[in-house]
Design a protein around this ligand. Structure first.
Ligand SMILES: Nc1nc2c(c(=O)[nH]1)N[C@H]1C(S)=C(S)[C@@H](COP(=O)(O)OP(=O)(O)OC[C@H]3O[C@@H](n4cnc5c(N)ncnc54)[C@H](O)[C@@H]3O)O[C@H]1N2
Ligand code: MOO
Length: 414
């Protein structure tokens, strides 16, 4: 059983990320092209430059009268400035009229300003005196009610820095530039396997001492949500003869292999040994100074990363969210996203020499956001269902008092 021998020589979460970093780098050097319409959620592989200025013509933001601003200076309700209307700008057409001083064109929202006009007076500030003569009752400044050339995007500037995640608005920006094929990182291929003699598939009726596979599905959901190309390989017993061929197949078919269970120090915990035997460099760490998540394994075989997550369902999820996802989704290569703050409702304690992630439920009370710790062992999946965030207690902090403000890492909603 290995009693008496050293259990784990733990490393910090930060060091685990650093140890694995060189092996994920190649994943960030790849690229593929996807159609713009299928680019949502993908990660941009290169700095994307603007093709040209946006807009590429001066457009009105209101329905009104395109004027030379100086013709309206001093205008008011009691003393309107008189302007002559020479015609109307047609939507989608460049106006050809040349405006002399005191002349103007009616213009729709989105219409192109004639060359000599530099502002638009809203219809509401016009008085129709008949025969094309209008009174402007409110002066406009140069540029007023006009979107200038390049005001949205300037020619040549980087519109999307490398590793930006494409959301709806980035899709729109790319469309504005006529970029119909987007260079993105290929999805990271992730294989998921649950291990344990006692684990049975969810369609089975578990016998006493057996448990239905939870981690296969929580990890599948997390991996899909993170944008990985995910494949679930089912359940393998703690038998080298069974585990080894599955691992070899997973290594051949994926960039990253994620196992759960069998990472602790029991007699049947052979994952670590197997990772080390499969190839070079083999096992890189066994044990994190982290709770939950202590018995996590990290290794690399033939350039492929293998992560062994703890069997307890909440632990496996927390380590996925704090180690696996940040390593593979590019978030460590983007500026940090500000985390919402909340007031902790109960004291929480952490042992020395390890960092901790507390499961919390974020709730709003009047104007205040509260973070309510979700109590319960890491073997309880319901703790993760109740939780919608994690609060970090750093390595050398012993605890956080009720009433203190904490940053909450939201657990992804989708
Ligand atoms: N002497 C020590 N014992 C343990 C330590 C330790 O440091 N010293 N660490 C504990 C911690 S923390 C955890 S977490 C567990 C993790 O152990 P393993 O990763 O080896 O996982 P198992 O022993 O295989 O399973 C633990 C537990 O989780 C259940 N499990 C496993 N896989 C699944 C699954 N796919 N779906 C649902 N439930 C699963 C399994 O049946 C066990 O109940 O070790 C502690 N022990
Ligand atoms: O990883 Mo264990 O999770 O601390 O329960």
């Amino acid at each position: 059983m290995g009693w008496g021998k050293e259990l784990f020589s733990v490393i910090t979460l930060d060091d685990a990320l650093k140890v694995l970093e060189p092996y994920v780098r190649p994943l960030y050097e790849r690229r593929e092209e996807v159609p713009l319409s299928a680019s949502w959620g993908r990660v941009v592989a290169v700095d994307v430059p603007a093709g040209g200025p946006l807009p590429h013509f001066r457009k009105s933001t209101v329905d009104g009268l395109a004027v030379r601003a100086q013709d309206t200076f001093g205008a008011s309700e009691s003393l309107p400035a008189l302007v002559q209307v020479r015609g109307e700008v047609t939507m989608g057409r460049a106006p050809r009229e040349t405006l002399e001083s005191g002349q103007s064109l009616l213009i729709p929202t989105g219409g192109m300003l004639p060359a000599q006009a530099d502002a638009v007076v809203m219809l509401e500030h016009l008085e129709d005196f008949g025969q094309g003569l209008y009174g402007v009752t409110k002066a406009v400044a140069p540029g007023e009610n006009v979107i200038d050339i390049g005001e949205d995007v300037q020619a040549g500037e980087v519109i999307l820095p490398q590793y930006t995640v494409i959301r709806a608005q980035e899709m729109g920006l790319l469309a504005s530039q006529g970029i119909l094929s987007v260079p993105v990182l290929p999805r990271v291929r992730v294989g998921i396997l649950s291990t344990g003699d006692e684990i049975v598939s969810p369609e089975s009726e578990p016998q006493p001492a057996q448990s239905r596979d939870i981690n296969g599905y929580t990890l599948l959901g997390q991996a899909v949500a993170a944008g990985f190309a995910t494949h679930y390989y089912g359940i393998a017993a703690d038998e080298p003869a069974e585990l080894r061929p599955v691992l070899e197949q997973m290594l051949a078919e994926n960039d990253v292999v994620i196992l759960s269970g069998g990472s602790s120090v029991g007699a049947r915990d052979l994952t670590a040994q197997m990772v080390d035997e499969l190839g070079r460099p083999g096992l890189l760490f066994h044990g994190l100074a982290l709770r939950p998540g202590k018995p996590t394994i990290g290794g690399v075989v033939g350039g492929k990363i293998i992560i062994g997550l703890p069997g307890h369902p909440a632990s496996a999820m927390v380590v996925f969210d704090t180690l696996v996802r940040p390593l593979l989704d590019g978030s460590r290569r983007r500026p940090e996203f500000p985390l919402p703050q909340a007031e902790l409702t109960q004291n929480v304690y952490s042992g020395t020499g390890r960092e901790e992630f507390i499961r919390v439920r974020l709730e709003q009370k009047d104007e205040l956001w509260l973070a309510e710790p979700v109590r319960g062992k890491s073997g309880l999946i319901r703790t993760m269902v109740l939780a919608n965030g994690l609060v970090h207690i750093p390595l050398n902090v012993e605890g956080i008092q009720a009433g203190e403000k904490v940053r909450v890492r939201p657990l992804r909603r989708f």
